[in-house]
Design a protein around this ligand. Sequence first.
Ligand SMILES: Cc1cc2nc3c(=O)[nH]c(=O)nc-3n(C[C@H](O)[C@H](O)[C@H](O)COP(=O)(O)OP(=O)(O)OC[C@H]3O[C@@H](n4cnc5c(N)ncnc54)[C@H](O)[C@@H]3O)c2cc1C
Length: 410
Amino acid sequence: MVTPTVTVYGASWCPDCRRSKKFLGEQFVPYHWVDIEQDKEGEKFVLEKNAGKRIIPTIVFEDGSFLVEPTNAELATKLGLKTEAKKVYYDLIIIGGGPAGLTAAIYAAREGADTLLIERSGLGGQAGITVGLDNFPGFPEGISGQEFSERVTQQARRFGVEILQAVEVERLATEEGYHEVYTSDGKHYHSRAVLLATGASYRRLEVPGEDDYIGAGIHFCATCDGPFYKGAGEIAVIGGGNSAVEEGLHLTSFADKVILLVRGDKLTASQIAIDKVTEPGSRVEVRYNTVVDAFEGQDSKLRTIKYHTQNNNRPEEIHPAAAFIFIGQVPNTAFLKDYVETDKYGFILSGHDLLHGREAPKFDPLPFETSAPGLFVAGDARFGSTKQVASAVGEGAAAAISIREFLRRS
Ligand SMILES: Cc1cc2nc3c(=O)[nH]c(=O)nc-3n(C[C@H](O)[C@H](O)[C@H](O)COP(=O)(O)OP(=O)(O)OC[C@H]3O[C@@H](n4cnc5c(N)ncnc54)[C@H](O)[C@@H]3O)c2cc1C
């Protein structure tokens, strides 16, 4: 257990406090949280630091210095994160520092491409917030998501990849054969090739307690985390589409019973999956018209799901070993709207997928190349990707090899 060196004074109702805590968490900075509504000493401290005013968050650092209501950029500077690139022109700019982006960076920089990687939050992406990676080859005992991310980042730095953190890419453009990458701090950089490795985010229920128990009873991937519940009595699955039903069925290989909480009055999965769930002897119990209201826990572990039934508004609760939420994934591609071809959900088309059932592009795309020449995609943001760390790493490597070919030709 790492001892926190940062203390955040705030209150549970304060959105800036939540934002600051999220930012510190994403950067793997352990912090001590003091809720000044509950802690009179904490409140006194805040009043002293702010000339009698109750301004939160007030964040105190190891050296005794403090920031009041800092922006994420101010926090980034205080933590010593690199937010500005050394140069303006690069061979390759990678957007996103998850497994796909970092792997592509290692491959490209190792072969001598001048590479800049831009990450808006914590390096490691979704893998970085995963408690334990149990299915990544080469780690027989598993590895924590944080350690995995730190190792891959270290490897990228060894080959000279320049990495910006807490900087978001907001817009792309092209000018005189170069890609232009515009960032949230008002800067822009140019490159011959760009890799989009922006990943995806699991859609959340946005109910109380959800954030508190992610990885501690609340999960978004049955393949990843189901095996932790081998021998469990009950597991809850939330959702009624294909993923929820299929992952629910998969989870019966670990738990005795799966309770499927479905918001609507029917399942929207494929008929085969529905038949399997509803056949006699199925170990999946479907509860329709249910709306999850809150997650509650004890000793930092999920214990209770509170929900109500829409027809009668009656409050109910269950106490499963875990809850798996499958209500869809959103690719982090909104900033690319109308810039590259995507499917209807925003997942980016590339390579051969550009040729099927639509107007052929005016050039012959390389594998992982999008509808914009020189703009590549890898990992969870790509249409058809399999949403696993091992596959994101593989796609990052393969995309880097396509990019090498593109740079050689251009
Ligand atoms: C809780 C959880 C547990 C999981 N467990 C496992 C597991 O056990 N095994 C497994 O194989 N897989 C697991 N997965 C899935 C796995 O983590 C993902 O498939 C993998 O991380 C995808 O990698 P990626 O690089 O494509 O995208 P991501 O990991 O999503 O990384 C994309 C990065 O791009 C950044 N970004 C996005 N937009 C911008 C922008 N505009 N500007 C700058 N940066 C941007 C994001 O901040 C993010 O860091 C898990 C996922 C979650 C959420």
